[in-house]
Design a protein around this ligand. Structure first.
Ligand code: AHG
Ligand code: MN
Ligand code: MN
Ligand code: MN
Length: 336
C-alpha cells in the first residue's frame, strides 16, 4: 500500500538536511501547530452541526466583531501549543496582549504568532477560511517575553505557514527552504505531501483587490489596476482576470498555484492605521511563503519582511505575488 510523506516525516527529514544536530524541538513545535489546524478544520467541517457558526458577541483589539470560530480557533491554538515546552510565549490577532504560558509549563526558545481564523466574514457563508502562523526565535535569556521581544522583522521568521479550510484542508509551510503543500487525509488523520516545492510564475494574468475601495487608493495602485482593466487594448496588451475571495489564505493559495497579484494596499480610508492587514499575523508569514515560492511582497515602497515592527497589532499595506508584477507596482510607486 502506498503511504505518502506525512508533514511530520517531512519536517524531520528537512531538519536532518539543514539543521544537523537539532534536538527535534522545532519539529515537535510544528506538530503541535498541525494538531491545532486539524482540530480547527474539524470544527469548520461540522459548522452548524456543532453550533460553531455566527457571532460570539464580543469585539477584538482590532475593533472587529468576533465570530464564534475566531474565539474557538484562538482557544484551540493556545491549548495545543502552550504545554509542549517549546514556546516562550504567543501572540494573536484575537488577544490584546502577549499570551504568557501558564506557570506549570516549561518555557522554550520560540515565539508563536497567529491569525487563528482568517476570512471571518466567510464563516457563515461556507466560504474559504484558514489559519496563518509565524514562528520567531525568543531572544536569548528571555523566559517571560514582552512585546519588545516580538518586535523582530519578518526576515527573522524561522517558519511560517497557513492552513486553508476549503474543499480540501491544505497546509502550506516554509521553514526557509522553499514552500511545500500538504493535504489532510481524513482516513489517517495526517497531512500528506501533495504539492512539493511550490513555485509561482513571475508573470500574472490575474489580480485580487477589493475594488469597492477604488476611490480611496493611491495613484500608483489606481494606475496598475486601470491598466489591467484596459486589457488587450491598454498599455499591458493583454487581458487580465479578477478574483477576490475575502480571505487572504484563499487568494494567496491561488497565487501559489498559478501566479497573480494580491493587494490590500494603502488607502485613504485606512490612512491612520497604515493599511488593513496585520504585519505580525498576516503580512509577515504570507510574505515569507510568497518569497520562498519565488514571488515578492512589498508595501509599495518597502519590502514587507524588512519592516521593523512597532506594535503587535501594527497594520501595513500589502502588495504581493508574481515577481514581475510586484516589481512593476513598486516602480509605479517610485514614479509617484
Ligand atoms: P480576518 O478575517 O483575519 O480579520 O482577515 C480578513 C482579511 C483578509 O483575509 C482578507 O483578504 C481581507 O481581510 C478582506 O477584507 P475585505 O472585507 O475588506 O474585503
Ligand atoms: Mn479578524
Ligand atoms: Mn486574517
Ligand atoms: Mn482572523
Amino acid at each position: 500500500m502506498y503511504v505518502g510523506t506525512t508533514v511530520n516525516q517531512f519536517i524531520i527529514e528537512e531538519q536532518r538536511r539543514y539543521a544537523a544536530g537539532a534536538r527535534g524541538d522545532f519539529s515537535l513545535l510544528i506538530s503541535d501547530i498541525v494538531i491545532a489546524c486539524k482540530a480547527i478544520s474539524n470544527a469548520v467541517r461540522r459548522g452548524g452541526l456543532a453550533d460553531v457558526l455566527g457571532h460570539a458577541g464580543t469585539e477584538n483589539v482590532q475593533g472587529e466583531a468576533q465570530k464564534k470560530l475566531d474565539v474557538l480557533s484562538n482557544e484551540v491554538f493556545l491549548r495545543c501549543n502552550q504545554w509542549g515546552g517549546r514556546l516562550a510565549a504567543m501572540a494573536s490577532e484575537e488577544m490584546v496582549d502577549v499570551y504568557r504560558l501558564p506557570a506549570q509549563y516549561p518555557r522554550g526558545k520560540y515565539l508563536l504568532l497567529f491569525d487563528p481564523l482568517d476570512g471571518s466574514t466567510n464563516v457563515d457563508v461556507n466560504g474559504v477560511i484558514g489559519t496563518i502562523f509565524s514562528v520567531l526565535r525568543c531572544p536569548e535569556g528571555v523566559t517571560e517575553p514582552h512585546v519588545e521581544d516580538f518586535m523582530q522583522p519578518g526576515t527573522q521568521q524561522i517558519a511560517a505557514g497557513m492552513a486553508i479550510y476549503g474543499p480540501q484542508t491544505i497546509l502550506v509551510l516554509t521553514m526557509g527552504h522553499g514552500v511545500n503543500g500538504f493535504t489532510l487525509d481524513d482516513t489517517i488523520g495526517e497531512f500528506v505531501l501533495t504539492h512539493p516545492d511550490m513555485h509561482m510564475p513571475a508573470e500574472a494574468v490575474e489580480f485580487a483587490i477589493n475594488s469597492a475601495n477604488a476611490r480611496f487608493w493611491a495613484p500608483p495602485v489606481k494606475r496598475y489596476i486601470d491598466e489591467c482593466l484596459a486589457g488587450k487594448d491598454g498599455p499591458r496588451g493583454r487581458d487580465f482576470n479578477m478574483r477576490w475571495m475575502g480571505a487572504m489564505v484563499g487568494d494567496v493559495y491561488r497565487l501559489l498555484c498559478r501566479g497573480g497579484v494580491f493587494m490590500y494596499p494603502w488607502d485613504s480610508k485606512n490612512a491612520e492605521r497604515g493599511g488593513k492587514l496585520r504585519l505580525m499575523y498576516e503580512a509577515n508569514p504570507i510574505s515569507f511563503l510568497i518569497e520562498q515560492a519565488g514571488g515578492a511582497a512589498t508595501t509599495g515602497t518597502q519590502r514587507i519582511l524588512d519592516i521593523k515592527p512597532s506594535g503587535l497589532h501594527q497594520r501595513v499595506p500589502v502588495i504581493l505575488g508574481s515577481k514581475n508584477e510586484v516589481e512593476r507596482i513598486i516602480a509605479y510607486h517610485r514614479e509617484g
